[in-house]
Structure formats: structure tokens, C-alpha cells
Design a protein around this ligand. Structure first.
Ligand code: GCO
Ligand code: MG
Length: 453
């Protein structure tokens, strides 16, 4: 057989073999063999609530064909909560009804590409709500907490950092000492600057950020921010805290991307001597190309990523080892399914996790953070908080914070139940005078130009 004929023969044989191979169906996972009934998703609902202590909060509830078996997931994109509700109620609900909730990976992949355009915050949060609810269901079905499904505990609890802020370094110190007395070992420090609406601390009417006050309104009117006074205040704050708290406490700081690249570099170098645990979001996501330069200039550890939506934003930073902590907001990237992959990717490159855990992450979202914290070897730190009774009555099973550690619930799934009637009583309209949080992007420089964000 010459070469051309041999090729024809191989190609022919291949073609002949194909129809038979195609005709054989790939066997579906046989649930029955494991003694489990085949499940169906019967409904997908949203719970939009704002009990005092939480901003506009969106939870997805997935119900199944097994009576009483349901799951909850965090879909809280508080600034645009109602857009997420619409995406879940009007798109995902009909899309998912009848699907088998056991196939979490397949459902995630299907949701991910089903709009063709992807990686936006609204759809990602909607997907997260469903995804986390499916993990909750899976855990209940397996009679295990979610962390156990992820491989079990690699540590007993997750070290937490708390926020200390104030109008002077002394006030920040006092607040920090309160947390230290409770056993906390990691403190994020933010100090206000008079006349400057910088992030994380207030000074006599100068507010920063968006959702914190409710009802919103007039208080947002004037917010002026200049980078230089802020910049100069940070090393002084670190110096004060190190001098007074010593070396046993870890200190963190969030820049919140309000400065330019050169200022960020100056700051990272200037605070090196105080050994920050990390400096967060030194530049905006638009400037991720700058991390290579920062890396070559400073030993200060950098955390980045709460604003990331897409793998295109973080895979390069991790693979090039340009950041120390990945600080993604789990619902913002689409839920637990992509987050556990991100954690695994980061592990191989020595990047540690510091999942975003602010006030606008629901207790369900915090439980998802903690499930990863305790089960992933490359855990770094968890942003933590506690919840007032008004929240704990709605979200029964909020994570326990003790001695500076967050602990997962031991009950199956997330180990959390929601009082839906009570949730409905804390309706968003009665707490807020506007349907959305419009107050990000309202901080301006002296000359009137907008500050990011
Ligand atoms: C942090 C944050 C948050 C965000 C908030 C935006 O905790 O590190 O930067 O407080 O500002 O989540 O909605
Ligand atoms: Mg932050």
C-alpha cells in the first residue's frame, strides 16, 4: 500500500467506525444504583431582604422534587440587587426548572455560556445564587457540611481580620484593642483625614462608599477626596499602630484603588518597614498591568481582586505570581464552583486566599467563604464580621466567630435556614428611599473629577 492509499484506508476505517460509536449513548450517572432518587429542580426563587445590619441582600432558593429539600445561595450584588432578582426570576428560573440539581458542574457550565456574553456582575451573581444553593442541596443529600464535600478540614477554623477605623490613629488603636481583647490577631486599619472622604473611616460628615447608611439621601451630597492627604496619613497610621501594639498583631490596610500607580508604588515601599500583612487594592482593576512593576520594587504583600468578575482578570496575576492574596468576591465570579477552582490554581503558584467578606456578603456567602477557608491548604485570611440579632433571626445559622476564628456549621449543606416570612418583613423599599444604591462613583476630587470608585 503506498502512503496515499494507506491514508485513505485509515480515513475510511475511521469513518466507518464513527456511526457505531456515535450511536452508543454515554450512560447517565445511575443515581438509582446508589439508592438515591433522581431529583429535579422544581422552583428557583429570590429572597430580597434588608434586615437592620444588612444592606439590600439577594438570596436564591432552589427547591427540588424531594419535599423539604432545598438550598440557599448568595447572589448579593447590593448596588444592583433588583437587576440580579430579574435575572434569576425571569431567566434562570424557567431555564433551570426540571434540571437535575445533582449535576452542579454541568449546570454551572450551561448557565455560564447560555447568554453567550458572560462574566458580568449581574449574571455572575445570579449564577452564584443557584450554584451555592446546589452545593447546599448536595450537602444535605450527602448528610455532610459543604466543607466535607470539598475534601474536609485542612484547618479547624479560619483566621479572621476585623476592621478598626476612626478619626485619629488613637481612635483606631482603641477600636483595635477592643478586637484584640476578643482574641482577634489581624486588624485592618483605616484612618479618616479631615476634609477628605477617604474609604473606610469617617470624619465629621465626610462619608465614603455607598450602601452603609440607610435610608440614604442627603448625607451623600458632599464628598471630596484628594489622594495626597490620604497617602501621607497611611504610613503615620502604621507607625502609630506598630509602636503601640507591637509586633504580635498583623496589620492590614485597604487602599480601595483611589490613587494612581506612582502613588501606589510610593505607599507600598513606604510602609514596608511596618510589615503589613497585606495592602489591598493598591490600584484599580484597569491597572492590573502595573502589578509587574510593583512586584519588582517592593516586598510589601499585595491583595487584589474584590472587583474581579472574570478569569481573564486573575489567572495571569496568579500564574505570574504578581500578587500574594487573591481577594475575590465569590458571588461576583459566579459562586463556589469557580471559586474552588481559583483556589486550586492559586495553590500551585503560592498565592493565598483572602475571600472578600464585607457587609454586603450575606451570611450564606460567608458560609461559602468559610467552607473554602477550612478546606483549602492555601488559605490566607478571612475578612470577618458578626451579625446583630435582626440578621440572625432571619438567617438562622450565621457563622460563629470566636477567638479570632470563623467556624463552619457542622449541619449538612451550609447548615443555615432562612425565615422567609421575617425576611419579607424587612423589605427593601421600607428601608431605602431608592430602588438601587446610586452612591458609588459620587466621590470627587477638588477639581470636580470623579474618583474611582
Ligand atoms: C472590603 C471592601 C468593601 C467594599 C464593598 C462594596 O471590605 O474590602 O472594599 O467594603 O467597599 O463590598 O460594596
Ligand atoms: Mg476592599
Amino acid at each position: 500500500m503506498d502512503r496515499r492509499n494507506a491514508f485513505k484506508w485509515i480515513a475510511g476505517a475511521g469513518l466507518a467506525a464513527l456511526p457505531a460509536a456515535r450511536a452508543r449513548p454515554v450512560p447517565q450517572e445511575a443515581q438509582a444504583r446508589r439508592g438515591l432518587p433522581e431529583l429535579k429542580i422544581t422552583d428557583v426563587k429570590t429572597i430580597l431582604t434588608a434586615p437592620p445590619g444588612l444592606p439590600r441582600t439577594v438570596i436564591v432558593k432552589v427547591e427540588t422534587s424531594e419535599p423539604g429539600l432545598h438550598g440557599y445561595g448568595c447572589a448579593t450584588f447590593t448596588q444592583r440587587a433588583r437587576a440580579v432578582v430579574t435575572a434569576v426570576d425571569e431567566f434562570l428560573r424557567p431555564f433551570l426548572k426540571g434540571k437535575n440539581p445533582d449535576h452542579i458542574e454541568d449546570i454551572w457550565q450551561t448557565m455560564y455560556v447560555s447568554s453567550y456574553w458572560r462574566n458580568g456582575p449581574v449574571l455572575n451573581n445570579a449564577m452564584s445564587g443557584v450554584d451555592q444553593a446546589l452545593w447546599d442541596i448536595k450537602g444535605k443529600r450527602a448528610n455532610m457540611p459543604v466543607y466535607a464535600l470539598l475534601g474536609g478540614k485542612a484547618r479547624n477554623g479560619a483566621d479572621v481580620y476585623r476592621h478598626a477605623s476612626g478619626s485619629t490613629p488613637e481612635a483606631v488603636e482603641e477600636m483595635a484593642r477592643g478586637y484584640i481583647a476578643e482574641g482577634v490577631r489581624h486588624i485592618r486599619i483605616q484612618v479618616a483625614v479631615e476634609g477628605n472622604a477617604n474609604y473606610g473611616a469617617r470624619f465629621a460628615g465626610n462619608r465614603a462608599g455607598g450602601f452603609l447608611d440607610a435610608p440614604s439621601g442627603g448625607a451623600h451630597a458632599e464628598r471630596m477626596y484628594e489622594p495626597t492627604p490620604y497617602l501621607l496619613s497611611v504610613p503615620k497610621l502604621f507607625a502609630h499602630m506598630r509602636k503601640n501594639l507591637g509586633e504580635r498583631i498583623e496589620l492590614l490596610h485597604d487602599v480601595h484603588e483611589r490613587i494612581d500607580n506612582a502613588q501606589a508604588m510610593w505607599l507600598l515601599k513606604r510602609v514596608e518597614e511596618y510589615r503589613p500583612f497585606f495592602i489591598e487594592d493598591p490600584v484599580s482593576p484597569e491597572q492590573i498591568g502595573y502589578f509587574r512593576h510593583m512586584r519588582s520594587q517592593t516586598t510589601t504583600a499585595v491583595a487584589m481582586g474584590e472587583l474581579f468578575n472574570s478569569p481573564h482578570e486573575f489567572t495571569g496575576l496568579i500564574a505570574e505570581r504578581l500578587i500574594d492574596f487573591i481577594r475575590v468576591h465569590i458571588s461576583q465570579i459566579g459562586g463556589l464552583t469557580p471559586a474552588r477552582k481559583l483556589a486550586a490554581l492559586a495553590e500551585w503558584f503560592g498565592v493565598r486566599t483572602a475571600w472578600h467578606g464585607p457587609g454586603d456578603t450575606s451570611p450564606v456567602g460567608h458560609l461559602a467563604n468559610i467552607a473554602l477557608d477550612v478546606s483549602c491548604y492555601n488559605f490566607g485570611i478571612q475578612e470577618g464580621r458578626t451579625w446583630p440579632d435582626s440578621v440572625q433571626e432571619v438567617f438562622q445559622g450565621c457563622p460563629r466567630l470566636e477567638n479570632g476564628f470563623f467556624f463552619p456549621n457542622e449541619a449538612p449543606g451550609w447548615g443555615l435556614e432562612i425565615d422567609e416570612e421575617l425576611a419579607a418583613k424587612y423589605d427593601v423599599d421600607s428601608r431605602y428611599d431608592e430602588p438601587f444604591d446610586y452612591h458609588w462613583g459620587t466621590t470627587r476630587r477638588r477639581d470636580g473629577s470623579i474618583i474611582r470608585p
